[in-house]
Design a protein around this ligand. Sequence first.
Ligand code: SF4
Length: 387
Amino acid sequence: MPRDSNQLIPLDASGQPSGCNEPIFGLDAAALTARMEALGEPAWRGKQIAEALYDQWVRDISGITTLPKSLRQRLASEGWQVARPVIANVFQSADGTERYLIEFPGLIGKGETAEAVWMPEGDDGEAGDGSAEEAKDWRRATVCVSSQLGCAVNCQFCLTAKLGLQRNLTAGEIAGQVIAVLERHAVRVGRDRVNLVFMGMGEPFLNYDNFMAAVRLLVNEVGLSPQRMTVSTSGVVPGIERFAQEPPGLRPKLAISLNSPNDAVRAEIMPINRKWPIASVIEAVRSVQLRPRERVTFEYVLLGGVTDLPEHARDVARLVRRSGLSAKVNLIAWNPGPGIEFSTPKPEAVERFRSELAGEGIPAYVRQPRGRDIFAACGQLKRTIEG
Ligand code: SF4
């Protein structure tokens, strides 16, 4: 039975657990301000705490040095804790990718871990501005984070599905994975080119409020650009419809995990298609107002002999054309996982599929698998510790 501890722990209006032993990491400046005022402190103390949490990335109350010592002592004695998620295990791939098990020190997350992944690109040994002392071994990178522990969607090609849904992550637990990874790699927000994808464990649109609260924290408090964020959904139509109502300046880009242009085949590999068939997903996506030059991404996992044939590519092209959407297709050769009976298509089949789409006028890109050797690649996140 899936356990959603959000139903067990009292949550406040921002989707965070309420009570004095709660993690404060995850509360935005307004919520922190309200709490300070409730303690009889000036409102601007809330802003100071927000800056310490989201700009300086402090790990505990004693590190919030803009607060008077007496206030820090009072907060600590009343049970306030930062409780930011921390990296518990690191698995390093030969290709530079790192996979993390991230622990949640707060009350509700004790002993549980979610997965996040760091994928660096460009290895020219110097920083973007050419300065030697800030040398890095990456020029840009992508961080992938989880929105739930496990997943209920049960895509047949995905290892995470084997876990089932354990619970939703809170906004602080989602945003905290990002900070943990940025901190590990000394990322300078606003200067380094880091993309963020909500494509780890879980279906973000089945944890919509916490997912969007995390996005708002990362945009408004941490300073990351929503234009460098992408959320992928398996096609949760009510979630897409809500997403369409978000202000364009405050929402990530949208990716749809398509994987087959055919409802019967898609329902076999993604049972969610029985509830929301392809046409209903496309219809919902059409209601999202795209920013200038923004494109919707269709993610397409190629399963050998099942979804990788040229006629499938032509059907995908027809589907995308008919949708009228400004769109591109990302192709991912299926990443093998224990206990899953699909086959990985040969590179020639992947290229044939891509060129078939390109020939039909659909921009298509092959996403190289990252970190397959450490179970970090798409669909492989299952808290495997053999790494
Ligand atoms: S592919 Fe995504 S939505 Fe599907 S089961 Fe895996 S984690 Fe869930």
